[in-house]
Design a protein around this ligand. Structure first.
Ligand code: ZN
Length: 515
């Protein structure tokens, strides 16, 4: 499960500058039919003049772990971000992660140290914005009123912050979601054009999150392997969803035309997407298997979180402008009677042992760790969806098989991959029919690139961790195998006030990362 660096050395060193455009969640299984239909002429041209291939994400593959891997060139064991929440020293509750949770140096920092200027725009988990040479506009969740760019005044000059794209807010309103995502895409591309034109840059990188947001709930319109595709893809809604990709392609064109022939240009994604029709709730699975007990009050919380009350509350939040200000509580866990819990709440891709000495209310002794972990893995793999008779959890890996680095001890003890057509999150029942959910992450992301030294045709499979070295090499920095390696583990520090923490948690819910 560990991927070797696949890039030929001839790839990078001859370029002048590097321009990277990220399409969060883009997947060839979705893009290829659009390419064949002629909907993506810019991408087609990029591939024709360069190369294309698969970029494999890390595990966990969700955006908050994956983009730090892109930035640091290290898998999550090397940068320390495994989930949208984390434990911090002396705090018993898991708190939202920020850029201060990335505990390894990033390529924009390396370039900055070497005197190179980077434009870094909307890369998830870059709030607070890094103080690099160049310009950084934070991506991900930004607290209201916070300084989100470096230098501080640049953001508002670019009419940022540009917020939105909360797909769970648009339940069963696909066209409204597409319209919002189109607006975000246009505004963010415009800001990037302004920066590319006004600033000197050696490297520039912008991430568009629209594909990810759309693919979580609208995948049946664009993914041929989704069971509902045959019918859905011929509807008018499908054409509007395809419009979003046409727009992304056109905006890609407006950015690529700002690069020269001797620049390296890259389109990439942090992970891919696969269809799902069923969803499970990992903590409820763990409860059923006897490893987790919910605390008092969880029934009421479930009602609030998932009943009609929640749906009504969401609409009211939006109307009153309260979205992000009033948090809906999550079901409490009775830690004293819990052996294992979901430690990747955003995608359900990780389970941790409630280990004494590591978890604040740990119950499992280190002497029992291996045995208990083995039992959990076995039970998870044999868990069955009674309606379909299939097993929702397709693969369970011990963390040391997927991750490496100084933060391995904090990683989820087991890493999970869903079986085909299952999502490991977003369910209110233990297992249920997917509702306003038709896609979830898979590791196989994309890259397409062109520039000096890039050979044509289909390129090798690469790892998301390879881009950091590719970009550094592209601006002429020598390969430094020691750079980015962290010998001793650092501790994450908080970036938010208490009020901001509550706000960030509610935004994460809106984005579908936290239930
Ligand atoms: Zn992503």
């Amino acid at each position: 499960m560990r991927y070797e660096i696949g890039l030929p050395l001839s790839f990078a060193p001859m370029a002048n500058r590097v321009l990277v455009v990220g399409w969060d969640g883009a997947d060839w299984d979705i893009l290829d039919p659009l390419l064949e239909a002629g909907d993506l002429p810019v991408l087609a041209g990029l591939i024709e003049g360069g190369t294309r291939g698969v970029s494999r994400s890390c595990l966990p593959s969700h955006s908050w772990a994956a983009w730090p891997t892109f930035l640091t060139g290290r898998d999550p064991g090397g940068h320390g971000v495994f989930d949208i929440l984390e434990y911090r020293p002396g705090v018993t509750r898991r708190l939202p992660v920020s850029s201060k949770s990335i505990l390894a140096p990033t390529w924009p920092e390396r370039l900055s140290e070497a005197g190179r200027r980077t434009l870094l725009v909307n890369v998830p988990l870059t709030y607070p914005a890094p103080e690099i040479q160049g310009v950084a506009i934070a991506g991900g969740i930004i607290p209201t009123g916070a300084v989100y760019s470096h230098p501080a005044e640049v953001g508002s000059r670019l009419r940022w912050p540009i917020n939105g794209g909360s797909w769970t807010t648009y339940r069963n309103r696909p066209v409204d979601l597409v319209e919002e995502l189109e607006g975000l895409t246009q505004k963010r591309a415009e800001a990037m054009r302004t920066l590319l034109d006004a600033e000197n840059w050696d490297a520039a990188c912008i991430v568009f999150v629209s594909p990810d947001r759309a693919q979580h709930c609208l995948l049946e319109y664009v993914h041929p392997a989704h069971p509902a595709y045959a019918e859905a893809s011929t509807s008018q809604v499908a054409d509007r969803v395809r419009d979003l990709y046409r727009l992304l392609d056109a905006e890609l064109g407006t950015l690529l035309e700002r690069a020269d022939d001797d620049d390296l240009v890259v389109l990439m994604s942090d992970h891919g997407h696969q269809p799902c029709t069923r969803a499970i709730s990992m903590n409820k699975v763990l409860e059923r298997l006897g490893f987790l007990r919910f605390g008092r009050g969880s029934a009421l919380v479930n009602l609030l979180s998932w009943g009609r009350v929640r749906a009504v509350a969401r609409v009211a939040y939006d109307k009153l402008g309260l979205h992000g200000r009033v948090a809906v509580p999550t079901a409490p866990i009775d830690w004293e009677h819990t052996t294992a819990y979901t430690s990747v709440v955003s995608t359900g891709e990780g389970v941790s042992v409630n280990l004494a000495g590591r978890e604040p209310g740990g119950t499992v002794s280190s002497a029992d760790y291996e045995r208990v972990r083995g039992q959990i893995a076995e039970a998870l793999l044999s868990f069955e969806d009674e309606v379909t008779g299939t097993r929702p959890i397709g693969e369970v890996l011990p963390k040391e098989d997927a991750l490496t680095g100084p933060y391995l001890d904090r990683a989820p003890d087991l890493l999970l991959r869903p079986a085909p057509l299952y999502s490991l999150t977003h369910a209110r029942q233990i297992v249920e029919q997917a509702d306003w959910l038709s896609g979830d992450h898979r590791p196989e992301g994309i890259y397409a690139m062109a520039g000096p030294g890039i050979e044509g045709g289909v390129g090798p499979d690469i790892s998301l961790a390879d881009f950091a070295g590719l970009i550094a090499g592209g601006v002429g920095l020598e390969a430094d195998p020691e750079w980015g390696k962290t010998e001793t583990a650092a501790e994450p520090v908080g970036a938010y006030s208490d009020e901001e923490e509550r706000l960030v948690e509610e935004r994460l819910r809106g984005l579908g990362y936290l239930e």
